[in-house]
Design a protein around this ligand. Sequence first.
Ligand SMILES: Cc1ncc(COP(=O)(O)O)c(C=O)c1O
Length: 482
Amino acid sequence: MLAVDRDSGDFLYRQVIDLINDNIESGTLRPGDRLPSLRRMSDKIGVSIPTVRQAYIELERQRRVESRPQSGFYVRAVRTNELVRPAPRFRAASKPACIGCRTLMERVYDGLYSPDIVPLGIANPCMASPAAKGLHRAMKRIMARVEERAISYAPTQGEPRLRRQIAYRYLDTVGSTVDPNEICITNGGQEALLLALQAVADKGDVIAVESPTYHGLLELIDSLGMLAIEVETCPEEGVMLDSLARTLEAHPVKACMFSTTLSNPLGVTMSEEKRAEVVRLIEDHDVVLIEDDVYGDLLFDGNRPKPAEFYSRRGNVLTCGSFSKTAAPGYRIGWLLTGNYGSEIERLKRSYSCSSGLLQQLTLSEFLATGDYDRYLKTLRPVLQQNAERMRALVAEHFPEVTRTSQPVGGSVLWLELPKCVDSEVLFDNAIEAGISIAPGHIFAPRKRYTNFVRLSFGHPWSDAIESSIAWLGAEVSRLSR
Ligand SMILES: Cc1ncc(COP(=O)(O)O)c(C=O)c1O
C-alpha cells in the first residue's frame, strides 16, 4: 500500500500525520517508541524532510508524540488526563515511630529472589539493559594489569583511583568540587546510609524521613533502635518545607534522611531552590542531612542536579551515592561524602567491613575513566524511559479508571494509587501466588499508611511476561475493588 498519494489532493504533511496515527491506532507504534528519523521517513515515503518535520511538529502539538532533545520524536505514553499524579499532601503522623511493617518487608524480599517470579517489586534500573559486557572487559584489563594486587584488600577509605573518578564526575557533571580525601567507598548505598547514620545519631534518636520513603531506610533506622518521624512530601516538589520546619521545631530530630533526586517510590526531584532551603533549615536547627542520591545519574534528560551538599555552609550534609542503580548492583560499591565526619566514618567502616571489594572498585574506576560509564548511561536512560511509558500505558489500559500514577522523569519505579478499598498487602499475596512480585505501599512508611498504593518496577528488559503481569494485576485490582 502506498504511504502517500501525491494525486489525492490532500496536503502531504497531513498524509504523513495519518500514516503515523494509523500506526499508533493499530499498535505498530506503541507508547515510548521512537518515530523513524526525519531523514529515514523522508527517504522511505518519498516526501521532503521539511514535510515530515511539519507533520511531526503537528503531531507534537496534538500531544500524540513528544520531541526529545538530540534524540527524536516519541509516541506519548498516554493521552493527557488519563492519568494524574497521586493526591498531593497528607497529614503526617506527628509522633516518632518504630517500624510497623517488618514482617511484610521480609515477605517482599523473600518474593524477589524466588525463581520464575516476574520481579516487579525490585528497583533495579540498570538491569533493564545490563552493562555486563563492558564491565567484564574492564575487569579483564584490570586483572591483566594489576594481577595479584586485584585480589588484595583495598584501603579502608577506598581505592584512590575510584575516589578520584567520583570527584571528577562531580566536577564534570555538576561543576562542584569534592575532595577525593572526603569520599569513603562503601558496600553499596546501603552501607553509606548506615555509616552516615551511625556517625551522627545513637539508639533512641529521632530521624526525619520523607513520606513515603525507601523501605531500606526504614529498616536501617529500625535495626539501629532509632525512631522515624514522617515529613510531608508532595509528588511535585518533594519534602514540604512547612512540614519540615514544624517537625524540626517540635521534635528533637538528630538527622533527616532525604532523597534529593528521583526519590523512591515517588520519583520526585527537589529543585535547586528546595535543596538550598532544606539545607538552610537543617543547619539553622543544627541537624544533619543524610542525602540519599543513588539515582542522580538516572534522570531521563541526563541533567544531574547539584547535590544538596553543595549548598551546605557548615558541613552538615552527608551525601550517599552508589553504582548499584547505574552499573552493577552485585558489585556492592557505593560512596559517602564524609563532610565533617571523615575520621569517625573511617573508623566505623573499618570496624564493620574493613574495606570494599578492590577488584570491583578498580573495575568501576576503569569503566569511568574510559568514558564507557557515560556512554552506557546514554543508552540506559532511553530504555528506562520507554519502559516507563509502556508501563503507564498498560496501567491506563488494564487498571480501574480511578487509579493514579506518578509520572517518572527517571529511575525505574512507578508509584500507583489504587482504589481506596484495595489493600495492597492482599494484592501482594495474590500476586506472589500468581508468580508476580510487587512492592506494597505499606512498606514505605513506618506507620500503617499507603495501604492502597503499590510500587511497580520497570527496570527490566521488556517482555511479554511483564505485559501479561500488568494485565493480571489490573484485573486483580478490579476484582478486589468490587
Ligand atoms: C533510595 C535508595 N537508597 C539506597 C539504596 C541502596 O542502594 P545499594 O543497592 O547501592 O545499597 C536503594 C536501593 O534500592 C534505594 O532505592
